[in-house]
Design a protein around this ligand. Structure first.
Ligand code: SF4
Ligand code: SF4
Length: 415
């Protein structure tokens, strides 16, 4: 017997001329709009323990990643970095650029929405830029209050080939396009008479996902990704902030929070066993946590991995078919089928439902923390080991530390 429908979510399509899509949310997975959170806890953690960008906090393993890429991935990543850097650099100074016209003096939400779709974005939403999530290194950089959240879909077919070099083309190629489109959209906002600051997805000012959820553009999946009603987790996210007058959207209950606990395909299929099956309260938000130290080495070694994206039914089949199927049958569309759950890992072979690869323990030995933290950790081991560090080792340590301190913290990354 079909399940009782609690409410129906209506969303515009991925193009302005597309019909409205209607997604039924069954009674047993209806929850709260957005994500369950305790505001005072979010406030507390953001004040006392501000987030920091991975470009700083995880700099040691980001650098290490390059050492485990295949030659093909290495070569492609170098090409991508060269192509993408001008956009990221241009975005970093957009907050300083003055508007090119007098303010139009009216709400500009609709103008921006139309322009975003015209540029090719598949979804756009509006909310307040939530400074509680701003990375410590970006606190002074982020300028404006109104946040325009834009999502660009990456190629469907390439995404289904995850993990592969082909899928990496989709992943990083989409970022290149998105960065360029954001700069154009910011120019457009300036032509309406207002400032516009581009928050590049490759030099994030904060995790963008909470603001996308607040703008009603999806909900947080157990795989740690935004599950969009249009493309599941197959989207790349960016934000532009402005001082122009906007009308904000609100969070939506797509049923994802509870549906994920019925599904958990991403947790079942993660080759690294990195996704926690049970939700925990973390920094004031209830979510399935991802164990970074398990994910990182697998992701870096195996072409970005992202099996958790590939095997998500909402990514693979779309939110509406998945929610329709849940209402009609009480089953997760595609669960335990090869079509949804099967994946291949280079040199390991094919893994169908119920099968996972195993890895040598040494795969999970990799550098942690910032570069100087990792250098200190290694030096401490040398000092503690037998006769302590030799004079040569001490000199090498000081030389490397000086190099790190001279480099500073302004590295740009892409993941
Ligand atoms: S990227 Fe791979 S290893 Fe990391 S959480 Fe997703 S499936 Fe697991
Ligand atoms: S695979 Fe299932 S549990 Fe994981 S994010 Fe997608 S819907 Fe949620």
């Amino acid at each position: 017997m079909p399940k009782k429908v609690h409410h129906v979510v209506r969303r515009t399509g991925t193009r302005l001329e597309d019909p409205i899509i209607e997604i039924p949310i069954a009674e047993d997975i209806a929850g709260v709009p957005g994500i369950p959170q305790i505001e005072k806890d979010v406030d507390f953690f953001s004040r006392e323990y501000p987030l920091e960008t991975q470009n700083v906090e995880k700099a040691a393993d980001r650098e290490w990643s390059w050492s485990v890429y295949t030659p093909e991935v290495f070569e492609y990543r170098e090409l991508h970095e060269a192509a993408n850097k001008p956009f990221v650099d241009a975005a970093s100074v957009t907050g300083e650029i003055e508007p090119t016209a007098e303010p139009v003096g009216r709400d500009i939400t609709e103008d921006i929405c139309r322009k975003a779709y015209e540029l090719g974005f598949g979804d756009v939403g509006f909310t307040r830029y939530d400074r509680r999530y701003t990375f410590a290194a970006k606190k002074k950089w982020a300028k404006f209050q109104g946040a325009i959240c834009v999502a660009l879909e990456q190629d469907y077919a390439q995404t289904q080939s995850l993990p592969s070099l082909e899928a990496e083309y989709a992943h990083f190629g989409t970022y290149e396009t998105e960065n360029e489109q954001c700069l154009v959209l910011a120019d457009f906002i300036r032509s309406l008479g207002y400032h516009a600051q581009v928050h590049s997805p490759n030099d994030n000012s904060s995790p963008f996902l909470p603001m996308f959820v607040e703008a009603g553009m999806g909900q947080l999946g157990a795989n740690g990704q935004l599950l969009s009603p249009h493309f599941g987790s197959r989207a790349r996210l960016a934000i532009i902030t402005t001082d122009g007058p906007l009308t904000y959207d609100g969070p939506v209950d797509y049923g994802v929070h509870k549906f994920c606990q019925e599904c958990l395909v991403c947790a079942d299929r993660c080759p690294a066993r990195a996704i926690m099956r049970d939700k925990v309260w973390y920094r004031g938000v209830q979510k399935n946590k991802l164990i970074y130290d398990r994910c990182r080495p697998v992701m870096s070694t195996y072409e970005g991995c992202a099996v958790c994206m590939k095997a998500c039914p909402i990514q693979r089949y779309g939110m509406k078919p998945v929610m329709d199927h849940w209402v009609e049958t009480g089953e997760v569309l595609g669960k335990r089928t090869h079509n949804l759950e099967g994946f291949s890992l280079r040199e390991k072979g094919y893994f169908g439902p119920g099968e996972l690869p195993s890895f040598d323990r040494s795969l999970f030995d990799f550098p942690h923390g910032t570069k100087d933290e990792w250098l200190f950790a290694q030096f401490k081991d040398k000092v503690a080991d037998g006769d302590g560090a030799t004079p040569e080792e001490q000199s090498a340590f000081i030389k490397e530390l000086k190099e790190i301190l001279d480099i500073g913290t302004s590295t740009v990354g892409d993941e």
